[in-house]
Write a protein that binds this ligand. Structure first.
Ligand SMILES: Cc1cc2nc3c(=O)[nH]c(=O)nc-3n(C[C@H](O)[C@H](O)[C@H](O)COP(=O)(O)OP(=O)(O)OC[C@H]3O[C@@H](n4cnc5c(N)ncnc54)[C@H](O)[C@@H]3O)c2cc1C
Length: 445
């Protein structure tokens, strides 16, 4: 027995890999390390992996929460060397190589993968979160769905025409893919899905206004594709205001400056799609390692995806910044996080504390969907729009959708497709109208 114990004591301990975040980057890394000669612990404060590209569909009642989120534990159930902890990462002792959890537990690591993603940013106007809905978490989307369908109920009850108009006015701030997608879908809900549902109001009298500070929408795409998006939104009845800089948001609506004059739109529902910043845990990492975040809070990493001076700490996905081809930072896309996670896991499998060799991003393109069957898509300089882009979008998203296996994906596809022809899927208001009105918009999980 003594010999055996001695033998055990001499056996090299398995390396410990700790991953913060079960999103696209973290979950991919954990899967890629399944069966490797390492012990992995994945920490996420939520129990689910969230498919963020479908959040706007959930918010508009086209899909249900279970179709956009799947349990992390279920996704990793066959990975015997991966443990999952539902916990918040709150501290980092970089010297002792320990991650500190929200109840003070310490998780020692040999390799730390930070994949904590991003959160809604109000560019220093955090008070606006009390009057707006972000679209970053499952509870953001469910809260917005309650508000959208609650708004129609409120309008049906309102006796004052001005108040009714306020409830039937939806303002979306930000003309990037998130703002464009939610504005298009909201207009479909009002004009098609809810038609004939009410006795006193006509839902198609609802106004959807998209405010964008820049000169054109979806600036990550070419001018031609931006123009297509503007055209699709106009067809859907969305009012787009370019050059509109928001100056105030309160319970009565949104004030903005455009062309040198100040205007106010009275609205009870304001969706904030104007910006994100790296999740709060990146500040903890910066403090513990001396890393200097950029303006959006993202941590700069080298081509090996590690922090300078810390080969054992890698940061991937939306929490990191790394220059891509042409020196421009890689975009905040799921495809970037997934590819980085795989590259990193290869290095760790090969015995390194992190990635081995420089990370090279394979550009799989960018997509944005606008309302009923229209989208724009740019893949390696090739541009698509309209239905071909929409079917590309559909295929790509079904391919990446996690959880539940092929049957689940097909169900989501079918549900989604039937929403496209106006079948309501999940328009349940969770709570009474008082709670819908009191929902602290912008509440984040
Ligand atoms: C509305 C919307 C639409 C999008 N559409 C597209 C699209 O069409 N195509 C595309 O490629 N990308 C899209 N994206 C971007 C894409 O979702 C992100 O780039 C991607 O999720 C980044 O992956 P990640 O692993 O870095 O972070 P995430 O996927 O955000 O995962 C971060 C995880 O970390 C957890 N976490 C954070 N802090 C802590 C902590 N302190 N402790 C424990 N856990 C923590 C979170 O709970 C979360 O699970 C979209 C994003 C949004 C919001």
């Amino acid at each position: 027995v003594a010999d055996e114990l001695d033998g055990d004591a001499r056996a090299p301990a398995r390396r410990r890999v700790v991953i913060v975040g079960g999103g696209f980057g973290g979950l991919t890394a954990a899967r890629a390390l399944a069966g490797a000669d390492v012990d992995v612990t994945l920490v996420d404060r939520h129990s689910h992996h969230l498919f963020q590209p479908l959040l706007y569909q959930l918010a508009c009642g086209g899909l249900s929460p279970a179709e956009c989120a799947s349990p992390i534990r279920g996704a990793l159930r066959r990975a015997g060397n991966v443990a999952v902890l539902m916990a918040g990462a709150e501290g980092l002792d970089a010297e002792r190589r320990e991650l500190v959890l929200d109840r003070g537990e310490r998780l020692p690591y040999d390799s730390l993968i930070v994949s904590c993603g991003a959160e809604t940013s109000y560019f220093g106007r955090d008070e606006w979160s009390e009057h707006t809905f972000g679209l970053k978490t499952l509870s953001d989307a469910v809260g917005l769905r309650n508000r959208i369908y609650g708004a129609f109920e409120e309008a049906e009850r309102a006796e004052d025409p001005r108040e009714r108009r306020r409830w039937l006015t939806f303002v979306v701030v930000g003309g990037g893919p998130t703002g464009v997608e939610i504005a298009g879908e909201l207009s479909i809900v009002a004009r098609h899905t809810m038609k004939g549902y009410y006795s006193r109001i006509q839902p198609d009298q609802a106004r959807v206004v998209l405010l964008d500070a820049g000169p054109r929408l979806t600036t990550a795409f070419s001018e031609q594709l931006s123009a297509k998006v503007a055209g699709y939104l106009a067809e859907l009845g969305v009012t787009v205001r370019q050059g509109a800089r928001v100056t105030a948001i309160d319970e009565t609506g949104v004030t903005f400056e455009a062309g040198g004059t100040s205007e106010q739109i009275e609205a009870r529902t304001v969706v904030w799609g104007a910006g994100v910043q790296a999740a709060g845990f990146t500040r903890v990492v910066a403090e513990a390692t001396g890393a200097e975040p950029d303006r959006a809070g993202r941590l700069p990493v080298g081509e090996d995806l590690a922090l300078a001076g810390h080969p054992e700490i890698s940061v991937i996905g939306d929490a990191s910044t790394l220059a891509g081809p042409g020196g421009r930072p890689l975009p905040g896309l799921a495809t970037v996080a997934i590819q980085q996670a795989r590259h990193l896991a290869d290095g760790i499998r090969g015995g390194a504390p992190g990635a081995q060799g420089p990370f090279r991003y394979f550009d799989k393109g960018a997509l944005a969907v606008v309302g009923r069957g229209k989208a724009i898509c740019e893949i390696r300089g090739r541009e698509l729009s309209g239905r071909p882009a929409f079917f590309t979008y559909l295929t790509v998203h079904m391919f990446y959708l996690s959880g539940g296996g092929p049957g689940h994906r097909v169900k989501v596809l079918v549900d989604w497709a039937s929403t496209r022809v106006g079948t309501p899927q999940d328009q349940v208001i969770d709570g009474d109208l008082a709670s819908v009105e009191a929902t602290p918009p912008g509440a984040r999980a």
